[in-house]
Design a protein around this ligand. Sequence first.
Ligand code: BGP
Length: 482
Amino acid sequence: MSFPKNFLWGGATAANQFEGGWNEGGKGESVCDHITAGTVSTPRYFTNVISSENNYPSHEAIDFYHRYKEDIALFAEMGFKVFRLSLNWTRIFPKGDEDKPNQKGLDFYRAVFEECKKYGMEPLVTISHYEIPYHLMKQYGGWLSRDCIDFYLNFCETVFKEYKDLVTYWLTFNEINCMVMGVGDILSGGIPSEDSPLQDFNSVATKEQKQNRFQATHHQFVASAKAVVLGHEINPEFKIGCMVAGGAIYPYTCNPEDVVLAQQEMRMNYFCGDVQVRGEYPYYTKRMLEEMGGISIDMEDGDVEVLKQGTVDFYSFSYYMSTCTTADEEAKKASGNVIMGVKNPYLKASDWGWQIDPKGLRYLLNELYGRYQIPMMVVENGLGAVDVVEAGNVIHDSYRIDYLREHIKQMEEAIKDGVDLMGFTPWGCIDLVSISTGEMKKRYGFIYVDKDNEGNGSLDRWRKDSFYWYKKVIASNGKDLD
Ligand code: BGP
């Protein structure tokens, strides 16, 4: 048997993309409640004023807030051992800087976790998933301000104590490296902004933007490390992980220029992990920051020690695709750009331009495990695709099954290689709002949600073919993949 006996099979979600109930139960406004819907060709916008003219997908999302019992029952039917979800910070601290939490918010998550436990499902809780209180962004400057560290820790202390007997697995920040790469300026960093489109991965940043990103990320590193220490004090059984946006990056050719460039770009995988797993900035930091135009990170006395103390128990990451890189501008143009890189002639891409590469997952798992030697978990993976509903509300999503099957096979190979892999939670186990485009049309789920891009639909849930397939995969502990 390749998958270990207690392998954590499950699925993943995030509050702002599936919870809805944005102004119910005393919840405050999150930054993402100010972000409009877009499409693959129209960017999402951040607006300071919430206007009834715009469509803000987080407001209703797929309404897990009111339907959590039905949804968790469906996850249980598939046999989930673990369910990854995130907390809406503003449900518990509506503005973010209060001393006392909002009881109704605490009650909601308690009810959700108890529902999971009823079915023997472990919650895997992302404390902050692309979500920061709007007030903290406006009043303090988001994660650019050190004040956020204390607000975050107050939030952590509250939830660690409140749920210490219900939750064992925690992730401090979702895709912490996205802050450094730019998409996080508004989403994860809450770095103040006037009304503006969300940045894309390929945009060129100014020196000031880069400076802010690294500074804000440093504050998150310190916050994460302090949270790890605090969590272990509150319950030594807690397993607290980091979460990094993963991707394999290959040289486009065997030209050593491309090879060295790819090696450097792979640091997008390592930079944050190096700090959060090893407890210190990596050896290449000084030169890397110098070459970015002379960026410097302000640290306070004690930060170095805090990072050393608060190293994580496991490493988790998302994996959707691989990309290629080349130093040759002409080759770049000729090959055509895809997300974050150059088109790989050996791979096919999804309708959203994400290159599908199951072997890249085995490659990355080996690279990461070889570097860190701590348990690994793949907490996001999947195919964003358009689904067609046929008569009787059936959805034949064989393309999604193919995608997941091939990735599971490669995880199995990695386990055979010797990687200590704890679990797998494919993304958007129930259809939800896409973070990059704000659409419903880009679906990942085993469960179809009847809602379209304009917000029309019954919100009914229907089982796709992949639902029955994944149920078999879990029941056979990864043996039956047909
Ligand atoms: C990750 C995020 C998720 C999720 C996923 C898929 O980067 O952590 O929140 O949405 O990507 O991306 P998208 O929704 O843009 O297809």
